[in-house]
Ligand binder design. Structure first.
Ligand SMILES: Nc1ncnc2c1ncn2[C@@H]1O[C@H](COP(=O)(O)OP(=O)(O)O)[C@@H](O)[C@H]1O
Ligand SMILES: [Mg+2]
Length: 262
């Protein structure tokens, strides 16, 4: 009797948890559809729309790897770069920033678009941010006036690239950039800097040494080994430490429901 009662109770509990789970899924899907429909944020920023998606889990793994580095003293400022254009730097920076901002205790995160030549961060976020890093470094705008947020996510701030300046590399190499970064380091728990590709321009090599390290994005199936070696050599020469690699463009052959837990 006891066993049957227990078994029934267990079955009822299981059923309840199944119903609860389904309701949660319905709630979440409603939320995603609503947000996607109304939002101007690019669907590539999966962590923003659907923190439980398989790809979001991958960014969470990246976050965990970063947070567990150096025995609890993780890198707090880092650049994201790649060897060549269009490997996924900006999409990686954005998803990593959102993912870090969603971590326990909601750390304060700042994402800077330091690709002052072809910065696309604001475009991915669906905003027009006329002023950004370029103006801050030329001292025609103050960071606190041009930083912006999405929705009510106060712990996640963005600084767009701003207008293309005449001399991006010189601006990044100037003392003002050093001062600005150390000020941001005091204000935020994490500062992520999206940069242009290191083989094309030197910018990542200039900012790299001012940070705790670089995350190298590599597009699988496209970027050749020799090019990656050359890129890492350039970073090494600039005394920039590579703290991790992110492979993009990987295909999964198992359907998402197998991975999906909730
Ligand atoms: N993890 C990924 N897997 C597959 N495609 C990706 C991934 N990350 C980005 N992409 C795609 O790569 C293209 C370039 O991304 P972007 O972040 O703008 O590149 P970059 O900043 O390196 O120039 C975009 O079309 C984007 O959808
Ligand atoms: Mg980019």
């Amino acid at each position: 009797m006891g066993k049957i009662t227990n078994a029934l109770k267990k079955a009822a509990e299981e059923r309840m948890s199944h119903v609860e789970k389904m309701n949660r899924v319905k709630e979440r899907d409603k939320l995603i559809i609503k947000m996607m429909g109304e939002s101007k944020v690019d669907p590539n920023i999966v962590t923003y729309f659907d923190p439980k998606a398989l790809i979001s889990e991958q960014y969470k793994t990246l976050r965990t790897n970063i947070l567990s580095m150096n025995k609890g003293k993780p890198p707090r400022t880092f650049i994201v770069t790649s060897s060549i254009y269009s490997e996924g730097k900006t999409v990686t920076s954005l998803n990593l920033a959102v993912s870090l901002a969603q971590a326990v205790n909601n750390p304060k995160v700042l994402l800077i678009d330091a690709d002052m030549r072809k910065g696309k961060m604001a475009k991915y976020l669906g905003v027009t941010a006329e002023q950004g890093l370029s103006e801050v470094l030329q001292e025609t705008a103050r960071a606190e006036d041009v930083l912006f947020h999405l929705d009510d996510w106060e712990n996640l701030a963005f600084l767009s690239a701003g207008q293309v300046p005449e001399n991006p590399a010189e601006l990044l190499a100037g003392d003002y950039m050093k001062m600005f970064l150390s000020k941001m380091r005091e204000k935020f728990d994490f500062v992520i800097i999206d940069t242009p590709p290191i083989i094309s321009v030197t910018d990542a090599g200039i900012i790299g040494p001012l940070t705790d390290g670089v995350i190298m994005v590599i597009q699988a199936g496209r970027t050749q080994r020799g090019i990656i070696h050359r890129a890492e050599e350039l970073l090494y020469q600039c005394q920039t430490k590579v703290i991790g690699h992110v492979l993009t463009n990987i295909e999964y052959h198992l359907p998402e429901y197998i991975y999906r837990y909730l």
